[in-house]
Design a protein around this ligand. Structure first.
Ligand code: SF4
Length: 595
């Protein structure tokens, strides 16, 4: 790396002692690039594997990489922590202004440890860190309310990021999220609850530092090539025009869109919640993460009259994505786009992960139908497919936790089914609620064995769709899943938005890294990818993940996909081969030093 690059600086913050210091960790950034690569090493150093996730010792690690700030779509920040939801590796990515703000503040990573004795927020302005009282912000919504007050007080407008939680995080709900710049999130695996456990309402980061490039002429050439490819790519055009909701109709046509807890392949009026319909009826504007010409973030405008003045309207903006439409729409049998937007707005206000919330509510609906739970549990509410108003009330109750059942829901579906039953239709994989793809064995193997049980680990759902066209053997599927997950370790270390994965191919990445001062070749890059992946997996296993005891909900075998029913033995075969490959990699990597 370029020796003058401030990326090597790691800012440590101790909330208990209200102290901070900086360490130069060139060793980590040279060997593991940044982002998830450096993040996992900092997690190993700072997080004892056996601690309770809510212990003050559990660190929050935010990390960026050498391409942040230099190249388009290298716009993300990675968060690593021990997840309160799964009990093992917590990894979440978010964009907004966070990547650039951290870069311009002059750091490659931040490690936050300890616990504040009272609600606080931390303001990082270049080399100064301030611990501010947040008592008056505690309880405020994650979306706009808390940020509005912080914005008025802190400098750095336009360049800063405001990373904050809502009431769900304060109440330690294990699937609470963290919001940035109102429309972006560290959504999955409960980072919001880790903020809450530390009495940390928000982190503000700003700065105006410069950072070096080794050869400005080549930088300009590579940058221009990238911008041309990004702005001319049809794939990127799709993200800009309709965004990820463009997938609603195609997935519903191929039976891949989960509907009503995977009890059916049909949702009446599904076209109402399509990207096309939402754009036509509600799209108000598109926004982008910093340094991204794509602008895939779609904001719907909801116009509602004030209760006491019927002809006086307030307009609120709600960002919508495929996953949110799936979890709070089709999964709950809702095909009214306005109702889906209202549900999205509700989880946004409270600061909950939309995917987990939707899957939990879908389980509640079926469990209620099957009389596993009753009105005594739901405090009088009757969950029913399509009834958005009831689901909104249930979300409020999850956050208020008025009785034992709602308190249990705060701990995730895996906890609930252990106590109440209904495991066979609880759509959880590795304790994490499923993303919106009922596509086949690659998707489910990806959920089960991906390092964070996310569709983003290895995009198995996408592989399922190519398998329909070209029959792949189990060996080939396992090989491709693993290779994709390995390559994503590099993208997550740089930290490039996954939507640009077809632009940032290996040749481009090497060129960009060269400009950032890294002299690497393909072999070294794959070796880094393996080291990062196995470090993550080792942390997972040491903190309790057991790949020999994977729980698979029977429901996924009951509803056909586009190619028919998934056969349990086909999935088991794939899991067997994939596990062998992961184990081999773990064994080889523990024997080999980094090239
Ligand atoms: S494509 Fe979308 S998510 Fe990715 S960096 Fe651009 S605006 Fe952000």
């Amino acid at each position: 790396m370029n020796p003058k690059d401030p990326l090597k600086k790691v800012l440590y913050i101790d909330l208990t002692k209200r102290k901070y210091w900086v360490e130069e960790r060139e060793d980590l950034f040279v060997k593991y690039l940044g982002g998830v690569g450096v993040g996992i090493k900092l997690l190993e150093e700072n997080c004892p594997v056996d601690i309770d996730p809510f212990s003050p010792e559990n660190p929050i690690i935010l990390a960026i990489g050498p391409l942040n700030g230099l190249f388009p779509l290298a716009s993300k920040t990675v968060a690593l922590f021990k997840s309160p939801h799964t009990g093992n590796l917590g990894e979440s990515h978010a964009g907004g202004r966070s990547g650039l703000a951290l870069r311009m503040a002059g750091y490659g990573a931040i490690v936050i440890k300890g616990k504040s004795s009272r609600p606080c927020y931390v303001a990082i302005h270049s080399n100064k860190v301030f611990f501010r009282d947040a008592s008056t912000l505690w309880g405020l919504k994650a979306g706009v309310s808390a940020a509005r007050l912080i914005r008025a007080k802190e400098p750095g407008a336009g360049l800063r990021t405001i990373i904050r939680i809502g009431p769900a995080g304060e109440k330690l709900i294990t699937y609470s999220s963290v919001t940035l710049e109102t429309y972006r999130h560290f959504g999955r695996l409960g980072l919001g609850a880790i903020f809450g456990s530390k009495n940390l309402k928000a982190i503000v980061i700003s700065g105006q530092r410069d950072f070096p490039v080794s050869d400005f002429k080549t930088y300009k050439e590579v940058y221009t090539e990238l911008i041309k490819e990004i702005t001319e790519s049809p794939k990127m055009k799709k993200y800009h025009e309709l965004g990820t909701p463009a997938n609603v109709l195609p997935l519903s046509l191929v039976k891949g869109l989960p509907i009503k807890n995977l009890t059916t392949n049909e949702l009446e009026k599904v076209e109402e919640i399509s990207g096309e319909n939402l754009a036509e009826k509600y799209l108000a504007r598109r926004v982008a993460c910093t340094h991204c010409p794509v602008a895939c973030i779609h904001l719907a405008a909801i116009r509602e009259p004030y209760e006491d003045e019927p002809y006086f309207y307030k307009t609120t903006y709600v960002s919508y994505d495929y996953e949110l439409i799936y979890a709070l729409g089709s999964m709950l049998g809702i095909s009214d786009s306005y109702k889906v937007l209202k549900l999205i707005q509700t989880v946004e206000d409270y600061g909950l992960d939309a995917i987990s919330t939707g899957v939990i509510l879908a389980w509640c609906t079926e469990a209620f139908e099957k009389k596993i739970i009753t009105e005594v549990n739901t405090a009088g509410l009757i969950p029913k497919w399509g009834e958005a108003e009831v689901y909104i009330e249930m979300i409020k109750k999850i956050v208020e936790a008025p009785n034992e059942f709602y308190k249990d829901l705060c701990r995730g579906l895996h906890f609930v089914v252990e106590k109440y039953g209904g495991k066979e239709f609880a759509l959880i994989f590795g304790k994490n609620e499923m993303a919106g793809y009922h596509t086949g064995i690659a998707g489910y193997a990806g959920f089960l064995l991906g390092a964070r049980h996310s569709h983003l680990d290895n995009a198995g759902y996408s592989l399922d769709q190519s398998c329909w066209k070209n029959q792949l053997s189990v060996e080939e599927i396992a090989e491709r899943l693993l290779k994709e997950e390995l390559w994503r370790q590099i993208l997550s270390s740089l930290v490039v938005c996954f939507f640009a994965r077809e632009i940032y191919r290996i040749d481009k990445v090497l060129k960009c890294l060269n400009i950032a001062g890294y002299n690497l070749n393909e072999e070294k890059l794959w070796d880094m990818a393996e080291k990062i992946y196995t470090s993550k997996y080792e942390f997972k296993i040491k903190s309790g993940f057991d790949m020999e005891n994977l729980a698979i909900p029977n429901r996924i075998f009951e509803l056909p996909t586009f190619t028919g029913h998934i056969k349990p033995e086909a999935l088991q075969n794939l899991l067997k081969v994939l596990k062998e490959k992961i184990k081999n990699l773990l064994e080889t990597q523990t024997r080999q030093p980094l090239l």
